[in-house]
Design a protein around this ligand. Structure first.
Ligand SMILES: Cc1cc2nc3c(=O)[nH]c(=O)nc-3n(C[C@H](O)[C@H](O)[C@H](O)COP(=O)(O)O)c2cc1C
Length: 347
């Protein structure tokens, strides 16, 4: 157990103090006394562990708090059901209430005034956010170097290798990319879309042909894609020109989507103003009746795919002291054939 906690401290820097109720039963007992001592000491380290206390922090009195100063000082307190009196003495930056599990009859019986829990949340913040110093936020990147002799000759192959790494690293939605377009005046806009295919012909995503991005693309087919794979310290920029994919290709993909997503695509006149969520719900329910699960839903003509044919790539890998690797691929002509020139850019 101790090993587990210490590993947590060293590698995650997070301790979930789940041995609740130690605190209000007097002095911490083994094995927690030793652990608590280490946690108290860790607060004097250069990068102390982040401590999360569930209910009463260890070493605290249930009403009086950390009486003799020997209890742990959590960064985050999760009060269960209702804050205990000692929570008044909590001065850390994050105070949450976990109380979704209170059954309504109990809440009624004790006239508990529970805050609203949005969505599927089990916890709500009850303390105030402390001001954050954005200018002090910085990460030092450490990754293997990305050198010219490791870069593949074809940027699509290079992209495939990095994309596979992102999938293998089990990143959430490694195919999420920022798509930037510009209208005919050059006014830019960006949004996330999901990559749905790539090969030597380009990079494909699907959307609504009446949306703002579609409007931009009809006026100006130049666009850029940006992938950021956080825990790999990698970014890939791709620039090129965009065309619609064939109706057959869009049709095939549309019918591969879940039933609800197909209906959603019909309901949403993407990027238009709607009077409220109820309008979307209403239209969705009507369509559900019209097209029950299992029926063939016709793809609306205003929905389909785009393909970006790349003309430039940049593969970026973060390095210490901001000396990042940036390898750019630009097209060149070799004996009448298209090839790629690889250049290093200053970070
Ligand atoms: C992770 C993520 C993935 C998204 N994928 C798509 C997508 O594949 N197609 C799409 O039309 N919108 C997608 N969206 C929504 C878009 O970001 C955007 O809100 C929508 O396309 C309207 O953009 P527009 O008004 O600029 O055209 C996604 C949003 C997120 C956050």
């Amino acid at each position: 157990m101790e090993k587990f906690w210490l590993r947590d401290l060293e590698f995650l820097g997070i301790l979930n103090q789940a041995w609740a109720y130690q605190g209000h039963q007097g002095k911490p007992r083994p094995p927690f006394d030793d652990l608590i001592q280490r946690l108290v000491l860790s607060s004097s380290l250069e990068k102390p562990a982040v401590i999360v206390s569930v209910d009463i922090p260890s070493g605290w009195h249930v009403e009086e708090g950390d009486i003799d100063g020997e209890g742990i000082k959590p960064d985050m307190l999760v009060s269960l059901t209702a804050p205990k009196l000692c929570a008044k003495k909590f001065s850390g930056p994050h105070h949450f209430l976990g109380g979704r599990f209170v059954p309504p009859p109990i809440a009624d019986k004790f006239a508990l005034r529970l805050p609203p829990y949005p969505g599927a949340s089990m916890c709500v913040r009850i303390g105030k956010h402390l001001p954050v110093d954005v200018s002090a936020m910085r990460e030092n990147y450490t990754s293997p170097e990305f050198l010219e002799d490791q870069a593949m000759a074809d940027p699509i192959d290079q992209f495939r290798a990095w994309f596979n790494d992102a999938v293998a690293a089990r990143l959430r939605e490694p195919n999420a990319m920022a798509l930037s377009t510009a209208d005919k005046e050059g006014k830019p806009s960006s949004r996330m879309v999901l990559l749905k295919g790539f090969d030597e012909n380009g990079f494909v995503w699907y959307t609504n042909y009446g949306s703002r991005k579609a409007h931009d693309l009809s006026e100006n087919p130049c666009a850029s894609l940006l992938f950021y794979w956080d825990s790999l310290n990698r970014q890939v920029r791709i620039e090129g020109t965009v065309t619609k994919v064939s109706e057959e290709e869009s049709e095939r993909y549309f019918h591969s989507r879940p039933h609800g997503s197909q209906l959603g695509a019909i309901v949403s006149k993407q990027s238009n103003i709607v009077a409220g969520r109820h309008v979307l719900h209403q239209a969705y329910v009507e369509l559900q009746e019209k097209y029950p699960e299992g029926s063939l839903i016709p793809k609306p003509e205003y929905w389909g795919g785009y393909r970006l044919t790349p003309s430039h790539f940049e593969f970026w890998q973060g390095q210490p002291s901001r000396l990042h690797d940036r390898l750019q691929y630009s097209p060149k002509d070799v004996d009448g054939k298209r090839a790629w020139q690889i250049d290093r850019l200053a970070p």
